[in-house]
Design a protein around this ligand. Structure first.
Ligand SMILES: *Cc1c(COP(=O)(O)O)cnc(C)c1O
Length: 437
């Protein structure tokens, strides 16, 4: 039986101590020794079994390569952070001046520089606030605006007036009407699935109305005999208008003409806009609230706001996303088919040189993340046999493609170019026995 200190002297095990800690490393080694004592493995395999145990024990989320062609993949954490945002997160990870003004030595507004960056990005907003995610932003708005006695004037009732065509499910069973109802607000549905008019809204508004809600149906479109009321017209109804734009575009993007943006909604008369931080904005998970200064201040001071508060890491990443260079999401959306084809063909040629024949196909990528359902991004993919899906997913780094037409397609659009070599190596590491199954 190899001794514990002999095993721990192995450089690979020794290196793992930095991430696992001494106690967990010893447990991994102890497990392997126990298995040998029980006769399950020969003693000479103890080191190999301990090394294999490292990856099972390795804590945390694993980085993966997104070759799915889905730019904002919810199961892969939506938007990847920019290098600037990653650096900002690392810098903020220790003690940081998140709530302190270093000049005066006094307490300062939490995350004020991130809020300033958001306000600067959307000058049409009177004030801004940030919470945990898009759902939290909507929950806070619904709770605070519909709470009885929450301020004078219009918008002090309990009802949220919303079109039947906008009572949507975002994904994984998350239904907006359920979220709104959970705040204690009453939903006053107007119109039909395909058509809602200004008269429908006007007829539903009364003393019980807290606000009119307009929701961007992010992940589907209704076509044919349809009508929806634009924000400009909802703003004439005399009650607050809250617009959930979903994807977090702050200004119009010509690439995504059907995606609403915060600046346009506010200019059109929205009282408040809510959005996610990790969709098209390309930042960390966060919920953005932008709009009327008094209302945003009320939301900020509501007791629930504390429960939905974002941490210093999110604030750091959000600020760097807003004021930093173009995000990986922005770049992935704009990768040209020509450049993608060249990368994919180069990959194919390198594989061919190593004796593996693959094909390059034209294939459409999508925005994903519950956004721009009608947009396809002209793209290219390397086609492999379906049997590659599992070994690549279980490899290091794990590579996720998509199964289509009986093949595994790898789209490099969302794979940073510097990882092309890692993709090639991972494909060639798939054992021949597995490939020829
Ligand atoms: C994505 C989305 C949400 C939920 O946002 P999260 O950040 O996922 O909580 C809410 N409304 C709309 C319209 C969305 O597209």
């Amino acid at each position: 039986m190899p001794r514990t200190d002999t095993l721990l002297a192995d450089p690979r095990l020794a290196a793992a101590e930095a991430t696992l800690g001494r106690a967990r490393l010893k447990a991994v080694v102890g497990n392997a020794q126990d298995r040998a004592r029980r006769g399950e493995i020969p003693p000479e395999d103890v080191l190999a079994v301990a090394l294999a145990g490292l990856s099972d024990t390795a804590a945390g989320l694993r980085p993966v390569l997104n070759a799915t062609g889905v730019v904002l993949h919810t199961n892969l954490g939506r938007a990847p952070l920019s290098g600037a945002a990653v650096s900002a997160v690392v810098a903020a990870a220790g003690h940081t001046d998140v709530e302190l003004d270093l000049r005066t030595g006094r307490r300062a507004r939490r995350g004020r520089t991130a809020m300033a960056a958001l306000a600067e990005a959307v000058p049409a907003a009177g004030a801004v606030h940030v919470v945990n995610n898009g759902a939290a932003a909507l929950a806070l708005a619904a709770t605070a605006i519909t709470s009885v006695g929450a301020g004078g004037g219009a918008g002090t009732g309990r009802e949220i007036v919303v079109s039947r065509g906008e009572l949507v499910e975002i994904g994984d069973g998350f239904r907006l009407p359920d979220l709104l109802a959970s705040t204690g607000a009453r939903l006053r549905e107007v119109g039909t699935t395909n058509r809602s008019t200004l008269a429908d809204y006007a007829a539903a508004i009364g003393p019980e109305t807290a606000f009119v809600l307009k929701v961007h149906p992010s992940n589907f479109v209704v076509r044919g005999f349809t009508a929806a009321v634009p924000v400009e017209e909802l703003a004439t109804l005399g009650v607050p208008v809250v617009v959930d734009i979903g994807s977090g575009l702050l200004a119009p993007d010509p690439l995504l003409p059907d995606e609403p943006d915060a600046a346009s909604a506010l200019r059109a008369g929205a009282t408040l806009v809510t959005a996610s931080g990790d969709k098209l904005l390309g930042g960390p998970q966060a919920g953005l609230l932008l709009g009327d200064a008094d209302l945003v201040e009320r939301l900020r001071r509501h007791p629930l706001a504390r429960a939905l508060r974002v941490d210093k890491l999110t604030l750091a990443a959000l600020e760097a996303t807003l004021s930093g260079p173009e995000t990986p999401t922005w770049r992935a959306l704009r990768a040209t088919p020509g450049a993608l084809r060249i990368r994919t063909e180069r990959l194919r040629d390198h594989l061919a040189a190593a004796g593996l024949k693959t094909e390059v196909l034209a294939a459409d990528a999508v925005v994903g993340g519950g956004g721009a359902p009608e947009v396809t991004l002209e793209s290219w993919a390397l086609a492999l046999g379906e049997e590659y899906a599992e070994p690549l997913r279980l490899g290091d780094p794990p590579i996720l493609g998509r199964l289509e037409r009986g093949r595994l397609l790898l789209d490099l659009r969302c794979v940073p170019t510097e990882h092309d070599e890692a993709v090639r190596a991972a494909i060639l590491r798939v054992p021949r026995s597995w490939r020829e199954d």
